[in-house]
Ligand binder design. Structure first.
Ligand code: IPD
Ligand code: CA
Ligand code: CA
Ligand code: CA
Length: 266
């Protein structure tokens, strides 16, 4: 049984993710360009990242004015209710800029610091994923489970690279070492979708260094509720330092391999 507050939060998260997804899919300017850069010249923001975050925060202001908010493009509000919304208005901005389909609106709802609801809407892909803590993971309302763990040698592994160029040498070194020892590697371009792909069995595992909470908060809950394990360095929770997700059995092997390779080093 879901309590009334969680039901309300899930319904609102699904509704606002759908509205933002519609805006992004239907309102993408043909001549969309880069509006600004952030941490480096390849860390880009478009007018649609800003418009999507505004739509979401305006909606929350109307429906949940006492809640806290943390959004990638600067939305920040303390709140007084113990509930906080962690928002990535477009996860996969570079894909969106180029017209590639793998981008999503990612919304997590946290209660007293714990993620209790996760929604990842991927409108061009045509799927919305969601999870409620302790109640399983769903794609368009259908339950999903992660794929049974293969040996690392037969695992399809997703990953991604942050925008700090200097750190990419270390990330390239890890790929260089890992690639010959797994089935193959995918770089989809949206961390939220990568985590949902682990949830749906479209990837066996995923890892990335340098994520922010808005990239992984919703997707991590969805992956866990689909049966995957998530974490960072052995014995630590997943974080910006390192996020690893895979089915039990593969998770420990992948995490151990990344530990040997020092995947958290720059
Ligand atoms: C990025 C995407 C990408 C990942 C980067 C993220 P953004 O988010 O999730 O897949 O590799 O680390 O920053 O900037 O498109 O929201
Ligand atoms: Ca992101
Ligand atoms: Ca983003
Ligand atoms: Ca970004």
């Amino acid at each position: 049984m879901t309590d009334p507050l969680t039901t309300e939060l899930l319904d609102l998260a699904l509704e606002v993710a759908r509205r933002a997804g519609d805006l992004l899919r239907d309102g993408r300017p043909a001549d969309l360009g880069v509006a600004a850069t952030k941490s480096s010249p390849i860390d880009v923001v478009t007018e649609m990242d800003i418009a999507s975050e505004k739509l979401i925060t305006d909606f929350l202001e109307r429906h949940r004015p006492a809640d806290g908010v943390l959004g990638e493009e600067g939305a920040s509000r303390e709140g007084s209710s113990g509930v906080r919304w962690v928002i990535d208005p477009i996860d996969g901005t570079v894909n969106y800029l180029y017209g590639l389909p793998a981008w999503a609106v990612s919304i997590a709802v946290q209660k007293d610091g714990e993620t209790i609801v996760g929604v990842v809407a991927a409108p061009v892909r045509g799927e919305t994923y969601h999870a409620v803590l302790g109640q399983g993971a769903y794609a368009d309302g259908r339950p999903v489970r992660c794929r049974p763990a293969p040996e690392l040698e037969r695992a399809l592994i997703g990953t991604g690279f942050g925008y700090v160029r200097e750190r990419r040498f270390g990330q390239a070194r890890v790929v260089h070492e890992l690639l010959p020892t797994v089935r193959d590697i995918r770089r989809g371009g949206s961390a939220a979708i990568d985590l949902c792909d682990v949830a749906c069995g479209r990837l066996d595992g995923y890892y990335e260094r340098g994520l922010n909470p808005w990239d992984y908060a919703a997707g991590e809950l969805i992956a866990r509720e689909a049966g995957a394990l998530t974490g960072g360095r052995p014995g630590t929770p997943g974080s910006g330092e390192l996020m690893v997700a895979a089915a039990p059995g593969l998770f420990e092997t992948l995490q151990g391999r990344l530990d040997e390779l020092g995947a958290w080093h720059d």
